[in-house]
Write a protein that binds this ligand. Structure first.
Ligand code: SAM
Length: 352
């Protein structure tokens, strides 16, 4: 089958075989790319209209016990200046977000033992008490089933945990042996079982990633049926083992995003900060390739530069207000409108 036919098949059946994925990802042409991104944009407009959900991301700790080879806040990076926000700081970020129309707060951090279940549940409950009409998304890495359960009971609605890759060999190229793919995938299953709207995802262009690896990832996402997918380019950080590695490509990232949209038409799909870092208008391009979510940074300016996952991260020297204004303007420039609302999966026709 020709690549264009494979894209059409994906659009009809929402599924391709592993071999079909591999063919598409290893032999796609400029025309295939354009066909996929245009189709994905049309699907996103059909499902969501020209509407973009904003999620306010609060990077509340950069302490991390993990040692992922790609990540700037990995445990072994002795140059990283570590910080934690307290409950008051976090609520202050939410206030700013709420006043700007945000109805989802994403709490993201390294795997920081200081934020055990009791502290984390206290934070989730406080946000829900202050902002009962808002969704809370957590992105705290791997925790136990019981921990995820407690956080859900405290009021958390969604959880983002990129699987990073579903290819075991490639997982081993990106992580030390103490971090296993089995555990990461088990966490994702646990989150779904507990009723979270669950997000998985990958970086595009990690060292050693091949079309076969990407085919494995697409197949995994097809089977897992996530409610959200996070896909952004890999970008090197100067104090990590991957400091000399090549950046991921904009085009391949946009292709993968568009194929995610075609495969899972209703999935919540952010145009990521990493995409906006790789190219100034990366997030616009993401939306034009089928993304429907943008995650402006609500973290206090004083800590922005410390949550450096990769070099030259976009938006670290502007305030939350400036960042929101810039991203809203970018969306307007391409004819999209930022909407106030929780933007839950499957409720795209509801006005909150
Ligand atoms: N600790 C949580 C976790 O592991 O899911 C959340 C924080 S972690 C820093 C969030 C995501 O950042 C990771 O899932 C990874 O895909 C992405 N990331 C880390 N380093 C990156 C890099 N150098 N380039 C692009 N994305 C990166």
């Amino acid at each position: 089958m020709k690549n264009k036919e494979l894209i059409e098949k994906l659009n009809k059946k929402h599924s391709l075989s592993f071999e079909e994925w591999e063919q598409l990802l290893s032999t796609y042409t400029k025309e295939d790319y354009e066909y996929a991104t245009n189709l994905a944009r049309e699907i996103a407009v059909d499902v969501f209209g020209k509407k973009i959900y904003f999620r306010g991301i609060i990077e509340f700790s950069n302490f991390c016990k993990c040692d992922c080879y790609y990540c700037g806040i990995r445990k072994s990076n002795k140059c990283a200046q570590r910080y934690r926000l307290d409950l008051e700081d976090i609520l202050e970020c939410c206030k700013e977000g709420y006043e700007n129309g945000f109805r989802t707060f994403v709490l993201q951090g390294g795997e920081d033992g200081w934020f055990g279940d009791e502290r984390m549940c206290e934070i989730v409950k406080a946000i829900k008490e202050h902002y009962p009409d808002c969704a809370v998304t957590l992105s705290l890495g791997e925790r136990s089933f019981d921990s995820y359960k407690l956080l859900k009971e405290a009021g958390a609605d969604r959880y983002l945990l990129r699987h990073e890759t579903a290819d075991e060999t490639h997982y081993g190229e990106l992580h030390p042996k103490t971090q296993t793919m089995q555990n990461r995938l088990q966490c994702l299953k646990d989150l779904k079982t507990l009723g979270y709207q669950t997000g998985c995802g990958i970086m595009v262009g990690t060292p050693g990633q091949t079309p076969k690896v990407l085919a494995t990832d697409m197949k995994f996402m097809e089977e897992f049926q996530p409610e959200m997918i996070g896909v952004g380019p890999f970008l090197p950080h100067k104090d990590t083992p991957f400091k000399d590695a090549e950046k991921g490509s904009v085009e391949l990232t946009l292709l993968i995003l568009s194929l995610c949209r075609i495969m899972l038409p209703k999935v919540l799909l952010p145009a990521t900060t990493a995409l906006g870092t790789l190219e100034a208008d990366g997030r616009k391009q993401g939306v034009l390739a089928g993304c429907n979510v943008i995650m402006p940074n609500l973290s206090p300016i004083s800590v922005r530069k410390k949550y450096m996952l990769y070099d030259e991260k976009a938006g670290t020297d502007i305030t939350a207000k400036e960042g929101i204004a810039l991203l809203s303007q970018q969306m307007e420039e391409i004819g999209y409108e930022v909407v106030v609302g929780r933007g839950d999966f499957g409720k795209e026709n509801e006005n909150d």
